[in-house]
Design a protein around this ligand. Sequence first.
Ligand SMILES: N[C@@H](CCC(=O)N[C@@H](CS)C(=O)NCC(=O)O)C(=O)O
Length: 219
Amino acid sequence: MPPKLYAHPFSSYCQKALIALYENDTPFEWRLLEGPDSPATRELAALWPMQRFPVLVDAGRTVVEASIIIEHLALHHPGPVRLIPGDPQAALEVRMLDRFFDNYVSTPQQKIVFDRIRPETDHDPYGVAQARTMLDTAYAWLDQTLAGREWAAGDAFSLADCAAAPALFYADWSHPIGDAFPNVTAYLRRLLARPSFARAVDEARPYRPLFPLGALDRD
Ligand SMILES: N[C@@H](CCC(=O)N[C@@H](CS)C(=O)NCC(=O)O)C(=O)O
């Protein structure tokens, strides 16, 4: 039985897991989360009370958190593209960068987006300003870190790039990277040209009108 992935194509964390699946052509069953009443959404609620996605179910195991799903795939469904390096020190660098993209790019990006869909009386301009400052700081750090690197952790595409691709893609929509960070911009272009991420972006294209800050027609 192939693993089941509970996911939505427009979700950044789902794209992170999808990139890993697509990199190694790993067979899986989509459990598409189509609104609150779909069978897959009800199954997800029973599997994981947090109801955050993606969630992978494989051989009786429920695996949550996109990073851990990718670690699980590396362990149980390895393929030619090794997203977690075999060398423990190199793996640590990859995991550190993975945390960077989740905590300092995705989290502030989501803060900006979720603030937009709050009721008018519950907006948090101070929190949104902090999120924008964090993104500026993250872009600046990343710009220096990427100097001379093709991928986040060096020459090999890894878990860190699975995290980076959707995080930077949506962050650029919410808080444009602009011209000040040429290494980040060039890296995002390389990510967009990677077939695994290009496929995830294409599958999400029909959902762009759902983007709360206004749909951007820009990859
Ligand atoms: N820490 C989780 C975050 C997952 C997450 O925030 N997923 C979003 C979709 S991108 C979600 O479940 N949103 C639904 C909600 O917030 O209710 C991970 O790494 O997988």
